[in-house]
Design a protein around this ligand. Sequence first.
Ligand SMILES: Nc1nc2c(ncn2[C@@H]2O[C@H](COP(=O)(O)OP(=O)(O)OP(=O)(O)O)[C@@H](O)[C@H]2O)c(=O)[nH]1
Ligand SMILES: [Mg+2]
Length: 315
Amino acid sequence: MSLAPKVLAGDLRAAARLMRLCDDDFASVVEVMKAIYPHTGKSAIVGVTGNPGSGKSSLVDRMVQRYRAHSKKVGVVAIDPTSPFSGGAIMGDRVRMNRHFGDEGVFIRSLATRGHLGGLSKSTAEVTRVMEAWGADPVIVETVGVGQDEVDIVKMAQTSIVVMVPGLGDEIQAIKAGLMEIADIFVVNKADLAGADRAVADIQYMLEMVPPAEPDAWKPRILRTVAFRDEGVDEVVRAVDEHRDWLGRTGRMEAKQRERSEVQFFDLALSRLADRLRATLAKDEFAGWSERLSQRKQDPYTLLEQIADRLFKTP
Ligand SMILES: Nc1nc2c(ncn2[C@@H]2O[C@H](COP(=O)(O)OP(=O)(O)OP(=O)(O)O)[C@@H](O)[C@H]2O)c(=O)[nH]1
Ligand SMILES: [Mg+2]
């Protein structure tokens, strides 16, 4: 059980191994996860979300360069939503961060959406924890703002960046009202393309429609970047720092951390319950349960009652 001290000492290979085991054989690393937990919770967690192809990875790549220049170790979690229809990733080349390959101070990891209840957010929380224990500060979580799952994951961040691009038309971008609400920093990337001014004005207009609830509320920043030319990135990194300062100064960080812990515990519990449920339903005595339901030979309420008292019993 020497994995925990190794991870805490900053051993990249040990951390990678722990993550693999989290996926493959969680029971074998539960004690390690318990041991590292008290050493987590101090790093900045930054969420980056936006439409497919808006330039999230390009921006994250440039941000990582900034943090590395200050000798900070950085973790990057890229959430890759897989479509149940195509069976594959809906995006092509996701992680535009090859330049960091071989840099022992950067830990990049992609996670695929699994469609298991609570599963994705549970693994995101675990990967983030391992990265923190390894010494990553910040941990940057990139997700495509497509589904509620992905938005929920970004909600777990302390600072959320929403990446937009010019010329998409506000109707398309504004649909993602959920994204609007979570943004602490709006980045209009691809500001080299026509329509960047309009996009900034649209966001500004939208923000003005919702007056701040409290006098000391955070005023979301609206920044322009040309990520692939490395322009405007210093401002993004500075805004992240400012937001973190604001969280600490106004006492909001504590509340946020409490909320995160609560959400993460629910995700853990739900995912564990879902595993148990599946295992229980797979037992012989429940064979054919879905046919019985569909042929109306049994009702789901009774099935649930039959299963409920089995769920918490040790198998
Ligand atoms: N014109 C322009 N293109 C950019 C800019 N930043 C990134 N790109 C290009 O946009 C494309 C998508 O960039 P990514 O960084 O992969 O975007 P992403 O949002 O991470 O994409 P997914 O993860 O697939 O959703 C690439 O071809 C980039 O070179 C920019 O500032 N201006
Ligand atoms: Mg990407």
